[in-house]
Design a protein around this ligand. Sequence first.
Ligand code: FAD
Length: 418
Amino acid sequence: MKFTSWGNYPKNLNSCYILSKDELPILNLPFLPYGKGRSYGDVCLTRHGCYILTSNKNFILDLDPQNLLLRVEAGVTLKTILELITKHNLFLPVVPGTQHVTVGGAIANDIHGKSHHLHGSFGNNVLSLKLTTSSGTKELCENSQEFRATIGGLGLTGLIQEAVIKLIRIPGTTISQINKVTLTVEETVSVLEELSSSYTYTVSWLDLLSQKFRAIVMGGNFTDSNTGYKKTEKPALSYPFFFKIINNVTLKILNEIYFLLNQRKHTEFLVDYKKFFFPLDIIDNWNRAYGIDGFIQWQSVLPKDAKLLKECIGIIKKSECVPCLCVLKDFGSIQPKGLLSFPQAGYTLAVDFPVSYDTFKLVEELNKFVADAHGKIYLAKDALLKKKEFLKMYPEVNDFVKYKDRNFCSDLWRRLVE
Ligand SMILES: Cc1cc2nc3c(=O)[nH]c(=O)nc-3n(C[C@H](O)[C@H](O)[C@H](O)COP(=O)(O)OP(=O)(O)OC[C@H]3O[C@@H](n4cnc5c(N)ncnc54)[C@H](O)[C@@H]3O)c2cc1C
């Protein structure tokens, strides 16, 4: 079996694994839990040691619609959960840009979605956990420090077996969406914040390849209305080979098409929740379009200052690199529970770059910029951050090490800490 991360960088040849068990076997090797490998860098990879696959622990154990509570095994995917709970007009408070992630992975990276200003990150909605460590299996409740270390704990405090998650009620599974075109960075953040006051979900797509900056800011709310809307569910297509089609020219064409299709929708329109939250899931393995060398997704959070964001975008635009999918979100002020959680109040920018020497140089410059600006790099997407910058961005790591299991390790931890 091959273990990869979504960016296909860095490469990893270790194929040693066991299936998830209630107790850890006695092996003289470090462990690393592995969900669906939807992280981009080396957080889900280990050159030495043994992966623990969680795909055999994928049961929904209990759903209590009355009290909005869900108990699941950690290997269950968000897709499986949503298929069940939407039938009860319930939803997960936080979903990322793909539904193909496990609950264990969502907790270990304390993932965020489009509703951070209202719901915080995934861990903010987890009430308790069952964790297997080298010293046995235990229940962790919200106020324990070990719970805080495990939320956003990068799979290093032990194997999450189960979680109890708080759900939200929704009127129906359709989203009422609005799109607004913006032409400057200042206007984009101001519209993003304005929409946050009336929409549960907000996000912005940026075109950093066009000569002049342009963006589409989107807002969405669940609605029970279905007027004039016909649900069509198409099976996902698949990108079959590692064949690189992403370059400056193809990207400019794709951006132009995306902009033209979305710019005209000024008034609210209806879309299915899957299309709104998981647009990329319509093509399986789309990551192969970056070719065999893979790509880096660089994601940072910067303090709420449009000037800083503009400067950061300026660094990207003046480089030789091709900024592919660029997404900007607004993080509200809800504090995450995890010691190593990524979210903090600010603007979070995510950009894909094909792997190249120029990309490495650019990411180095961007990481330094973010560290100096008191921002952070998202570890779920990282492959290039340096130890000194990591310590500046994540000072709570000194507390976290007390809860790291000595028998768990990842390549990210070796790179940033050991
Ligand atoms: C198209 C796409 C869109 C995305 N959009 C977003 C987004 O909007 N917001 C966001 O925050 N992230 C986003 N991501 C990143 C993704 O949500 C995270 O990387 C997520 O953690 C991946 O989950 P996974 O199950 O694949 O875990 P993996 O990638 O396999 O593992 C991630 C980490 O979780 C640990 N882990 C997994 N299972 C367990 C367990 N049972 N116990 C303990 N540790 C465990 C692993 O050791 C590893 O450290 C996106 C990824 C993709 C591919």
